[in-house]
Design a protein around this ligand. Structure first.
Ligand code: GMT
Length: 380
């Protein structure tokens, strides 16, 4: 198949999923065309069957806000024509599904179906804002196929947007051959020279991730035991988190690495992963940690209970419950045997439910279904 993929190319779960999907599809002999304003992170010349098409947004003094959605629609139609695309697959509804809808109309009478994958904040935060809700609902209804990355997100979309059409749940995935535990004592020793346990967090440091809670949880852990915290990623709350770390006298114990390319190398070094988000439609970072045999302490929100099983491969607490999270963190870190056993369960869960080898064929089958014209009808 010839597939056009559009996503946000920046540091964030939906862009990562879209990029990894494109790489996996190319490895399965599909031709993949990424259409976005910049080369997606993690897409570094991955395959000769992958092309990148940059959307250039012309500005003009009249435009306070250059109309990216229109430039994107134009580029989608152009690429579809030149590369004879079979379909477009857009990640994150706003504004990508609207651009795809325009591109489909521009291509008529040639057929250019499009699939929208919902990732989370496109529904729960941005999409539910009154200024975007009607057009988000319209573009979902108009899509030739719609997928959501968790049951939670599908159900919430159907309820809040009063969607009548079927939405297929295709969960996020991880490359289980790449994301696996590789012991590296020398690398560990750089962060934890005295064999301290290592806690880790990875996100885009947006308010929804509650990175200050990560620091607070660590501070409570640190009151009881020696430990180190590694923070991976960057975003609006990084400065506040660094400030809090300094205020608590923990600068030597907390390392802020910023954005990293091969996060599996770091995740493999962790003893515990913290994800105390206010909301998480799936929690891809938690899954990536689990694949590396790292147990997770996360919040009992959104799609996270579909990923983390409380008491088996991690623990779930209510949002803002810093003390509860610290208690569970200590339970894991002070009993390394328990931590390792939970880590192995985490890997087993990732392996059995979320490996790319099992999930990518679900996308391929869904593409075929949409191409056959059956994407808007319920599965048998
Ligand atoms: O919050 C983020 O990490 C960004 C956001 C995105 O769209 O880039 O992430 C959403 O999509 C990820 C990939 O499907 C999910 O793993 C995240 O749970 C989801 N974020 C939220 O729901 C807050």
């Amino acid at each position: 198949m010839k597939i056009g993929i559009t996503c946000y190319p920046t540091y964030g779960g939906s862009g990562v999923v879209a990029t990894e999907l494109g790489i996996e599809l190319a490895a399965r002999n599909h031709e993949v065309h990424f259409i976005s304003y910049a080369m997606p992170i993690r897409l570094d010349g991955a395959s000769e069957r992958i092309r990148f098409h940059e959307v250039e947004v012309t500005t003009y003094p009249l435009f306070d806000h250059p109309p990216y959605a229109l430039a994107l629609a134009t580029k989608m139609a152009e690429v579809a024509e030149q590369a004879s695309l079979d379909l477009l697959h857009v990640h994150y509804a706003i504004p990508h599904s609207v651009s795809a809808l325009l591109a489909r109309m521009m291509m008529a009478p040639k057929r250019l179906p499009f699939i929208t994958t919902l990732h989370g904040t496109d529904i729960t935060l941005v999409g539910s804002d009154r200024s975007y809700l009607p057009i988000t609902r319209f573009s979902i209804e108009q899509s030739d196929g719609v997928t959501a990355i968790s049951k939670y997100l599908r159900d919430r979309t159907v309820k809040e947007f009063e969607i009548k059409r079927p939405i297929e749940v295709i969960p996020n995935f991880v490359n289980c051959e790449l994301y696996k535990r590789i012991e590296n004592p020398a690398a560990r020793a750089k962060w934890a020279p005295n064999g301290e346990p290592i806690l880790m967090h990875l996100s885009n440091f947006r308010p929804v991730k509650r990175v200050l809670d990560v620091v607070e949880i660590f501070a409570l852990v640190r009151e009881k035991i020696s430990a180190k915290l590694v923070m991976i990623g960057d975003g609006p709350d990084r400065g506040a988190a660094e400030h809090l770390a300094r205020k608590k006298g923990l600068s030597r114990d907390i390392m802020f690495l910023g954005k990293q390319d091969r996060v599996y190398e770091q995740l493999s070094l962790a003893d515990l992963f913290l994800l105390p988000s206010e909301l998480e439609s799936f929690g891809l970072a938690a899954l990536e940690a689990m694949a590396c045999e790292v147990p997770v302490v996360a919040t009992n929100v959104g799609g996270l209970p579909e990923v983390v099983t409380h008491g088996v491969d991690g623990y779930l607490v209510e949002p803002h419950d810093v003390a509860g999270a610290a208690k569970y963190a200590l339970e894991i870190l002070t009993r390394p045997d328990r931590g390792r056993a939970m880590g192995e369960m985490a890997r087993a869960s990732a392996n059995s439910k979320y490996c790319s080898n099992d999930i990518i064929p679900l996308y391929e089958r869904y593409y075929e279904k949409v191409l056959s014209g059956a994407g808007s009808t319920a599965s048998a």
